[in-house]
Design a protein around this ligand. Sequence first.
Ligand code: NAP
Ligand code: SF4
Length: 676
Amino acid sequence: MTTAYPHLFQPITVGPVTLPNRLVMGSMHTGLEARADGPPRLAAFYAERAAAEAGLIITGGVSPNFEGRLKDEPAMLASAADAAWHRPIPEAVHDAGGRIVLQILHSGRYGYHEAIVAPSAVRSPINREMPRAMTEADIARTIGDFATAAELAREAGYDGVEIMGSEGYLITQFLCPRTNQRDDDWGGSLDNRLRFAVETVRSVRRAVGSDFLVIFRISTLDLVEGGLTADETVALARAVEAAGADMLTSGIGWHEARVPTIAQAVPRGGFAWASRRITEAVAIPVAASNRINTPEAGEAILAAGHADMISMARPFLADGAFAAKARAGDRRGINICIACNQACLDHYFIDEPASCLVNPHACREEELRATPAEQPRAIAVVGGGPAGLAAAAVAAERGHQVTLFEAASELGGQFNLAKRVPGKQEFGESVAYFADRLQRAGVALRLGQRATTDDLAGGRFAHVVMASGVAPRRPDIPGIDHPMVATYADVLTGRVQAGRRVVIIGAGGIGFDVALFLLEHSLRSHVEADAFAHHWGIAANGEAAGGLEPSGAPDDPPPHQITMLKRSPGGFGRTLGRSTGWIHRLILARNHVAQFAGVAYDRIDDGGIHITVGGEGRHIPADNIVICAGQDPLADLAPDLAAANVAATAIGGARLAAELDAERAIEEGTRLALAL
Ligand code: NAP
Ligand code: SF4
C-alpha cells in the first residue's frame, strides 16, 4: 500500500491484537455516557469512525464504582445491567470492522459530587468538595471494582480496557506526593505510591486473562508542583508494563495544571517529546497525544521516534473519516480540529452532549444525516463566512445548484480575522477545508461581489440564504472619531500598529483576542515546542518534579500597557469558554493588563479616554483606543428581498449578532442546508 504517511499506516501488534494502523481515537467525554439515548448515539458515533479506518477507538471514561463517578449522573460499569447498556456500542464498531476499548476512570477528588474519595483528604484547587481519605479496605475494594469493570467490559463485547492513570484522577492522586500524604503501604516511598496503579493493572489483567487488551494511560508530564519527576514516571511505566499492560497511552498535565495542555496556545505536537522518555524505557507500544491534529504532525512524531502510535481525540470529532482520508492522501479533505474546545469540552461543563464547532454532525450522526435533495434547486448564499460556507457546502453536496456571493476577495469572513490571533492560526485550516469542499461540490463562487437584490430576484434562485454576517458596533462616545480610535479589524489586520498604551473598549471574546494579539503575536510559543515550554515554564530537565521549572515561567516585560474597560459589573472573561478562558485571563494577568468594570464612557480626546467608575471621574492616557464593543447584524438586503417576494432565510450573525460564535454559525448553516 502506498500512502503519504507511511509510519502512520504501518500495522502494529498490541498485546493480543494486530491493528491496521497507528491511529488511536483517544478517549473523550461525549456527555452521552450516562444518557438514556446514549447507546444508539454512541454506537453510531463510534461506528462511523471505525468504518473510516480509525485503528483503535477508546471510549469516554466510565467509573468502576459509584464514588468514582465524575458527576451526579453516573456513567458506571459495575453490574450486568451496565454491561447490557454498553453492548450495542462494541457491536456496532465490530460490524463496521473496528476495535474499541472502554476507558475505566475513577475520578477521585475530581468528582463533582459530595461523596468524593482520595488517597488523602487534600482538596483540589478546582473542586469545592473535600475528599474523604480512603481506608485500606476502600483501596482493596476499589482495585477489585476496576477488575470487575474490566470483566464487565469484556462481557459487553469490548476488545479491552484503558485504565485512566493520568490527568490528575484517582490513580495519579496515589502516585504523587502532592495528593498522597499516607504513611501506610500506599504512600510515602515511590514504591508505595506506585502500588495502587500497579495493583490495579495486575488485578485487571488477572481478571481478563491474556487475550484482552489492557492499556494504561500514563501522565508523561504532570505539570503541577509535587508531581512526578521524569525518572519516577519511567519507573511507573516499567512497573505497569511488568504488571501486565499491553500498551501505554499518554496524558499530559493534571486538570488543575496552570499550563495549557490541549488549547490553541499549545503548538501542534508540542508535548510529543515527553512520550519519548517512556517509549525508550518500555518494550510495549506507547502512543503520543495532545494537539496532534494533522496526519503530517502524527507522521513526524512517529518518524522522529517519539512514540509508536498517535492518539488523537478531538480530531476524530472534527472529522470522522480522518484516518481513511489520511491513508488515501486526501489531506485537503480533512476537517482539521482547531483546538477551540468550544463544542466539545466546554459542552461537557454545561451538561450538553459534545459535538464539534467545525463539524456539527459529530455525536449527532443520525439526527444530522445528509440525504440527497428531493428536488434540486438553485440556491444563493450571501456571505462566505462560517455560516455561509457550511450552508453552501451542505446544500451543494445534497444536489442543489449553489451560488455563493462574498463581498471580500476571499472566503472566510470573521475566520480571517480570528486566524491572526496568536494560537488561532488553525482557523486558516477551516477556511481552506470549506473552500475545498465548495469546489468539490461545484459551488459557483462570486468573490468580490456584494450581492444586490437584482442579483437575487427575478426567479434566479428558489431560496436565498442570508449569511451576510455582522458589522462591528461603534459606540456613541464623544470623540469616537478621534484618529487614535481603531477597530479590532484595524488592529488584527495590521492596518493600525498600536502604540505602547492601549485602551480596549469591551471585554468579550474579541476584546480578549485583541489583548492577546497585542501581547503575544510576535512570540513563537504557539507554534514551536521549545518556545512554548520556555514561555510556560516547562522543564526540559527530567529531574524537575511535575516537569515544571522551579523558578516558574519567565516574566518578560509586556510590549504594551493595556487597559480593558467594560460597562457591566463583575469579573472579566466570564463569557469565555470554561476550558480556555483561564488561559487568557492568566496571560493578561502575567502582562499586568489593567481592567475596569462598571465604567461609563465620558469622552475621548488627545490625552486618551475619560471614564467614570465607582462614581469618580478617571482619565486613562492612551496612544490607541480599540473598539471591541460587539456587533450588529448585517442583513440590509432582507427588506428588499421580502418586497421582491424572494424566499430568504437569515442565519448566523445576520440573523442574530448577540452571542454569535462560529459554533452557532456553522450549526445554523448546516441545519438550514439540510432542510432545503
Ligand atoms: P461580545 O462577547 O458580545 O462582547 C462585546 C463587548 O462589548 C462586551 O464586553 C460589552 O461589554 C461591550 N459592549 C457592548 N455594547 C457596547 C456599547 N454600546 N458600548 C460599549 N461597549 C459595548 O462580542 P465580541 O467580543 O465582539 O465577540 C463576538 C462573538 O464572538 C461573541 O459571541 C464571542 O463569544 C465570540 N468570540 C469568542 C471567542 C472565544 O475565544 N471563544 C473569541 C472571539 C469571539 P459591556 O456591555 O459590559 O460594556
Ligand atoms: Fe476541535 Fe473545536 Fe471541534 Fe472540539 S469543537 S473537536 S476543539 S474543532
